[in-house]
Structures are given as structure tokens and as C-alpha cells.
Design a protein around this ligand. Sequence first.
Ligand SMILES: Nc1nc(=O)c2c([nH]1)NC[C@@H]1CN(c3ccc(C(=O)N[C@@H](CCC(=O)O)C(=O)O)cc3)C=[N+]21
Length: 296
Amino acid sequence: MLVMDGREPARKRLDSLKREIEEMERLQRWRPCLATIQIGQDPAAATYLRSQGKTCERIGLEARRFVFPADVSIEEVQELLLRLNADDDVDAVMVERPLPPRWELSGLIDCVDPVKDVEGVHRFNLGSLYLGDRNTPLPCTAKAILSLLGEYGFADLKGRNASVLGVSPTVGKAVAMLFLHRKASVTLLHSQSAETERLRALAQADLVVVGIGKPHVLSGEMLKQGVVVVDVGINVLSDGRLVGDVDWESLAGVARAATPVPGGIGPLTVASLMENVFHCARRRRGAPFSDGSFSS
Ligand SMILES: Nc1nc(=O)c2c([nH]1)NC[C@@H]1CN(c3ccc(C(=O)N[C@@H](CCC(=O)O)C(=O)O)cc3)C=[N+]21
């Protein structure tokens, strides 16, 4: 089985981005700035924030982090978002999931200037994703998935069956839309999907993406011989170990290729975020809207 490593491709993309940022700073005396908002504590979010912090430092992006307690009022966070819109030094804004129970991401992202919506989750940008517009910031995990599939020669999805387990707006729904634009047949599966339907769809899939957040929800015996498996689960076990959603050992002899956790999609998600920050910054500085900069 081919192990689709994401660290090396991420490193390459970040090295070239670092040079572009240095060039921008030299010519324009201006450094892109990402503002991140975190509400409460969550191990997967903490992992992401740690990677973001390290990477921003390495490539010369400015990072501002805002942390709220879990019981903050939504109005308080909305106020901050409006302040960040008005702050000319801030190029890009993201709100970490998970949100407190019953909050909708859209309730916050509606406040974000679509030009600063670095994950492409404002309804304006999601509309562009739906339409297949190549000049829109793509949700970073979805962009990471396509770029890793491309690295390993699996980007030609025409006529393939893809099953996507998990329907979050930034992962499941986004990647389903991107696959659809590449002419795959896509089945979206979620917690209310009937068990028989889920097993049927998984058994027929040429490509499976799983991002639910539960270790071992996907295993080899559910899958077709030669399947390509993309694991975007980030689970921190009680001993601190990081694992994905896939029972890795069970893939042997079944999958043709799979992404490991850690070291698979995660590093490329961070690289995609950094690229999106840079493109938001360039666009705010008058780069043309139709320069294709956000395409995967
Ligand atoms: N609005 C929003 N967008 C997200 O994309 C989002 C989010 N909220 N909330 C949390 C989850 C989780 N997530 C990760 C991305 C990369 C790594 C990552 O870099 N992982 C490294 C491991 C790093 C380490 O070991 O510390 C790897 O998989 O190799 C982890 C977690 C994005 N998420």
C-alpha cells in the first residue's frame, strides 16, 4: 500500500510561499496577517493552532490569536469580527471549530468581510465553490485533499465513485463539491445514514474520504479492493497520541493508497491555509480578482 505522505509536499509549498512573502515584504513593506479566533478548548483545534503558530513563524506571516472562554456570548465574538474587518492590518480571519453547542458557523462568518474569509466559508464564497469558480478561497482541508491526491497521481476522478463520510461545511460538503466538479459520482454519508446504505456506498467506492472525528470508524473489511483512502480525522487519545478515523492496520491488502495521521492531510491543510492568507493579502493589495490564485 502506498502511504501518501503530506509532510514533504507541504514543506515544498511552504518554502515557495516563504519566498513569495519575503518578496512582498521587500517590495511593499507589508506582511500578511492572519487573525484566528478560538472559543473554548478542544484537542483537535489545539493541534491545528499549534501547527499554525509554528508555520506562521517559519514563513514570516503575522499571527494574531484571540481566545474566548466557552461561555462567551455570540455578540461578543461578532463584535470582535467587525473590529477585525475594520482593521486594515488584518488580511485574513478564521474561526476555529468546534463552536459552542447550537452556535452556527454562519452566524459568525456572516460578520466577516468575504475578502478576509480565509477558509472560504462565508455564504458568498461558498456560493462560488458551489458554482465551481476557481477564484475563490477553498476550504483548506478540501484543498489539501485534492492537492495530495494530485501529488500521488489520483486527481483524475472522472467517472469514479467517491464516498465521503462526514458532512461538515469545510470538509465533507466542500470536498464533495470539488469531486463533483471533477466529474466523480459522490455519495455523502452522515450519522443518520442507514447502516446498509453506508456499507453499500463504502463497498463500491474507488475513493473514500472520512472526517468524523472517531478513531477506527473506517476499516479495511468495509472497502473495495484497490480503494484510495483519505483520512482527515484528528483524534487526540488520552495518552496524547494523535490518530485518524481509519483503522490503519486493517487497510493492508485492501487499499491501494492511504493518507496517514499524523503526516497526511494535516500538514497540507496548514499549508493551504497559509496560501489562502497570502492570496487574501495580495487581493486586498489590488491583485486582480480573476488571477486563479485560489485554485487547487
Ligand atoms: N474552522 C476550522 N477549520 C479547520 O480546518 C479546523 C478547525 N476549524 N478546527 C480543528 C480542525 C482540526 N484541524 C487540523 C488541521 C491540521 C492539523 C495538523 O497540522 N496535523 C498534523 C499534526 C501536528 C502535530 O502532531 O502536532 C498532522 O496531521 O500531521 C491538525 C488539525 C483543522 N481543523
